[in-house]
Design a protein around this ligand. Structure first.
Ligand code: GDP
Length: 315
């Protein structure tokens, strides 16, 4: 990418899009184009086509999506499929029709089969049945990354994808009941600490294994692959470190300084038993994460406290 390139970041108000915008600004990219949800409805193909025709960006980064944790996804697979499918097809196809030569599509490691080998390599894609709790989201993301792959192969545009593992960090969504496990744990332990509650209820058995990546590390990985001339179609991004939900809960509790006891509600779903991605491809290309979970968590809890103090997050 050239510093003078016009770069469209779809989803710039979300956790990933805003981290990409911060990383671009830090690297000296000043020609960044964004639209709020109100200004541009990504579910509307004609509006998206008209936007691309008017702006003609050199590069597009697709970080817009309806996202949510296991609760939100499993309760609304139809909505997660429909909205994410429309966003993926409109933003990728619209870019192609307007002559955008370079596009990075962001997916998620939940696109891989539930029983994929662990750590999950990129070539596990479409080798087995998906995890039911987020099947709608996964199907939509698979469509998006396949559309990039087909356009690249058939039409000569450099459209490629990154599959991040579970993310956390700056700009995460703490308000939503259907949030992901890490921001939800931060909110639960911080609320219990402030209120002096005796217990913090968590979901499932605590046995599932997950991997977490700070969103600033993902943004750095986005710029890294965008600066490659010929990146692979599909690249996993993760920390490579696996932690059980139970250990994660102890870590968040300790970092928050909360003294409440943890209770496990096994009527709530565990989801996929293990989700560690194989990051050997991106590491072999020369990229590695810089923020370890302990440091990232400390920083995130400090940001969370600041957001509660200034009213931008409500307990
Ligand atoms: P997933 O990684 O796609 O399954 O989605 P999540 O980020 O929502 O993580 C879900 C895992 O964390 C499951 O094993 C849940 O049972 C567990 N978990 C424990 N407590 C909570 C909680 O309060 N909220 C959520 N979302 N997950 C929880």
């Amino acid at each position: 990418m050239e510093l003078s390139n016009k770069i469209y970041v779809a989803g710039h108000r979300g956790m990933v899009g805003s981290a990409v915008c911060r990383a671009l600004a830090k690297q000296g990219y000043t020609n960044v184009v964004t639209r709020t949800h109100k200004e541009l409805d990504l579910l509307d193909p004609a509006a998206v086509r008209a936007f691309y025709e008017a702006e003609k960006p050199d590069v597009a980064v697709i970080a817009a999506a309806r996202v949510g944790g296991i609760g939100a996804n499993s309760a609304a697979n139809a909505l997660f499929l429909y909205e994410n499918e429309m966003i993926a097809l409109n933003t990728v196809w619209g870019a192609y029709k307007a002559g955008v030569k370079r596009l990075l599509f962001l997916g998620s490691t939940c696109i891989y089969p539930r029983m994929a080998p662990q750590p999950i390599p990129e070539n596990a894609l479409l080798t087995g049945a998906l995890e039911k709790t987020n099947e709608g989201y996964a199907l939509a993301k698979i469509s998006g990354l396949k559309l990039c792959e087909f356009l690249r192969r058939d039409c000569g545009v450099t459209y490629h994808s990154l599959m991040p593992t579970n993310l956390y960090g700056t700009g995460d969504n703490y308000d939503v009941v259907g949030g992901h496990v890490l921001p939800t744990m931060i909110r639960k332990f911080e609320t219990a600490r402030v209120n002096g509650d005796a217990t913090v209820p968590l979901w499932g058995t605590g046995a599932p294994l997950r991997e977490f990546l700070h969103v600033d590390d993902l943004a750095a990985a986005c710029l890294f692959v965008l600066n490659m001339e010929n990146p692979p179609d599909l690249v996993n991004v993760g920390s490579g470190r696996e932690i059980s939900i139970r250990e994660l809960a102890e870590l968040v509790k300790r970092t928050s300084g909360c003294e409440a006891a943890i209770t496990w509600d096994s009527s709530k779903p565990d989801g996929t038993p293990r989700k560690l991605c194989d990051t050997s491809l991106i590491r072999s290309l020369g990229w590695a994460p810089a923020i370890d979970l302990e440091d990232g968590l400390q920083r995130t809890i400090a940001e969370y406290r600041a957001a509660v103090a200034d009213g931008s997050v409500r307990l």
